[in-house]
Design a protein around this ligand. Structure first.
Ligand code: GLP
Length: 256
């Protein structure tokens, strides 16, 4: 998948009084986008940060402010070796936090398979399916402490597409708390690539809390580099960062 991109553009930053306010505003943006285009193709993330966004979207659905019945969704990533029944899988996360509570059609939900016989082929097929369906209208994204987006760890290139990746020790450490006591996350995943993400027509990044401040600062102001995957978002042209004050609290002086 390929797009013509400007050389480097700014990211629009919207700061909110709290993580909850940022999450609710992001959910409102998604609601507005679905109202404008009921067949929206939505790129979806997982992670602790987005639980509040899904909660707000479900609340909005229960107030009958929107319907998800015509949207199609593509999740960013999935752990290799986990099935949708596994507690730590992103398919399970999506089910318990979002899909089970709204009217989205299961046939319109897409998540990379963690259990395909041939994961490399499954990743290529996922990329092709996104393209065949017309590409992602709105990609929602979180950010890892090391600047990863999806599971594009440092080292991921601008041209990367959906593929099998190895996870870093720092990501595994951050995500261990998503698993039952005594269980560790798998060390590999399938993730959309940087190019897949940048091919979305609009991108919304959510970062909340002090733990994300350095990654956010580097994404917005650091060198655009494979060492800092989120920095590639500055090539896109329509990226909005929703953040609380803590996530925006780094200054150049405090960069490592
Ligand atoms: C995970 C996911 C990302 C997510 C990030 C941050 O590993 N693959 O899509 O944005 O890490 O997660 P959290 O919100 O839990 O900090």
């Amino acid at each position: 998948m390929h797009t013509d991109l400007p050389s480097s553009t700014a990211v629009t930053v919207r700061q909110f009084a709290s993580a909850d306010a940022a999450s609710r505003a992001l959910a409102d943006d998604v609601t507005a986008a679905i109202a404008a285009k009921p067949e929206l193709i939505l790129g979806l993330p997982t992670g602790k940060t987005f639980i509040a966004v899904y909660r707000a979207m479900v609340a909005s659905y229960r107030r009958k402010e929107l319907s998800f019945k015509s949207i199609r969704s593509f999740n960013l990533d999935e752990y290799l070796g986990l099935s949708p029944e596994d507690y730590g899988s992103f398919a399970h996360y999506m089910k318990i936090h979002f899909f089970d509570h709204v009217d989205i059609h299961r046939n319109n939900v897409h998540i990379p398979s963690g259990t395909a016989d041939d994961a490399i082929k499954a990743a290529e097929a996922y990329e092709a399916l996104i393209e065949a369906q017309g590409g992602i209208d709105m990609q929602l994204l979180g950010i890892g402490r090391n600047g990863h987006i999806g599971f594009n760890e440092p080292g991921s290139t601008r041209e990367s597409c959906t593929r099998v990746v190895d996870l870093t020790a720092s990501t595994l450490a951050s995500n261990t708390s998503d698993f039952p006591h005594g269980h560790l996350p798998p060390t590999q995943a399938i993730t959309m690539g940087i190019d897949t993400i940048l091919s979305a027509r609009r991108i919304i990044l959510l970062a909340t809390g002090q733990a994300k401040a350095a990654a956010v600062y580097s994404a917005l102001h650091g060198p655009i580099s494979v060492n800092n995957p989120a920095s590639f978002l500055r090539f896109h042209g329509d990226v909005t960062l929703f953040a609380d004050a803590d996530a925006l609290s780094y200054s150049a002086d405090s960069l490592p």
